[in-house]
Design a binder for this molecule. Structure first.
Ligand SMILES: Nc1ncnc2c1ncn2[C@@H]1O[C@H](COP(=O)(O)OP(=O)(O)OP(=O)(O)O)[C@@H](O)[C@H]1O
Ligand SMILES: [Mg+2]
Length: 255
């Protein structure tokens, strides 16, 4: 079944629940979560440490099984990992023996493209993430921000419908982080891919997301969804942006 692109990458989460066992005791993490992520939407997930952000992302990725409920992508139930989704973690996990271009093309080669064809496609993503001129570099020759850009390019090169990111910029210094946030905003606009971004940086969430899902700190609490109706490209110093940040900090009891 081939769907028009306007319908690709829609995620529906229905009555999702997940309980871990810790020291023999049940540890409920997600409880009856319901959510629809629109095709092409950028959703950020925030919440206290341990609130279940990574768990939710891993369930969406198919790396973790839920106990109850389900996840549908374009109406199809998720069962395990799939080529419709790409995941980016905090560290890019590049293959040290491959160059930048071959790291980016690696996923295409595993899908049957020749190295030459994979490199041809990978070049577009090298350009997209601003690494032109570094095609032949090895991971050890890159800065942290550059390595993470390779990771992003590698994830996008296989043209996923959904990009899942777990604190992708968490390990970067403040300056690089801001540059990369601008880069992510541009890439997201160019690629029109549904994006789910876990972050503990509220400003990053406001800068990038259409909506923010706040997972509750207390286990009995309810998740909240907040619309970020700010014009793009976003300006951190704009009054409306600052106001949004204040409101969000207020929800966390942080001001
Ligand atoms: N495999 C596991 N076995 C047992 N408990 C787990 C497992 N994975 C996660 N947990 C527990 O589930 C809860 C949620 O973990 P999760 O990693 O989703 O949190 P998080 O919101 O991503 O936190 P952080 O902001 O620190 O990354 C935590 O209390 C954690 O201890
Ligand atoms: Mg986490």
């Amino acid at each position: 079944m081939i769907l028009p692109s306007s319908l690709r990458g829609e995620v529906t989460v229905r009555h999702l629940s997940k309980t871990f066992t810790l020291n023999g005791e049940p540890l409920p993490v997600l409880k009856d979560l319901n959510l629809t992520i629109r095709s092409g939407e950028s959703l950020a997930i925030v919440g206290a440490s341990g609130s279940g952000k990574t768990t939710l992302l891993r369930i969406l990725a198919g790396l973790e099984k839920a106990d109850g409920g389900d996840v549908l992508i374009d109406g199809r139930r998720v069962r395990g990992v799939g080529t419709d989704r790409a995941v980016i973690f905090q560290e890019p996990r590049l293959l040290p023996w491959l160059t930048v271009i071959d790291n980016i093309g690696f996923g295409l080669e595993t899908r049957g493209l020749s190295r030459e064809d994979a490199r041809y496609v990978a070049q577009r993503y090298v350009n997209l993430v601003g690494l032109k001129g570094f095609e032949a570099a090895y991971p050890r020759q890159l800065s942290g921000g550059m390595a993470q850009r390779v990771g992003i390019a590698r994830a996008l090169a296989v043209q996923p419908e959904i990009l899942l990111l777990d604190e992708p910029l968490g390990a970067l210094d403040a300056m690089t982080k801001i540059a990369m946030q601008q880069e992510l905003a541009r890439i997201w606009k160019d690629e029109d891919v549904t994006t789910v971004l876990v972050t503990h940086d509220l400003e990053e969430a406001i800068f990038l997301a259409d909506r923010i899902l706040i997972l509750p700190r207390e286990k009995g609490g309810e998740p909240r969804l907040i619309d970020i109706d700010l014009p793009r490209p976003r300006d951190r110093s704009a009054a409306a942006f600052v106001k949004q940040r204040e409101e969000l900090l207020g929800l966390f009891g942080l001001h």
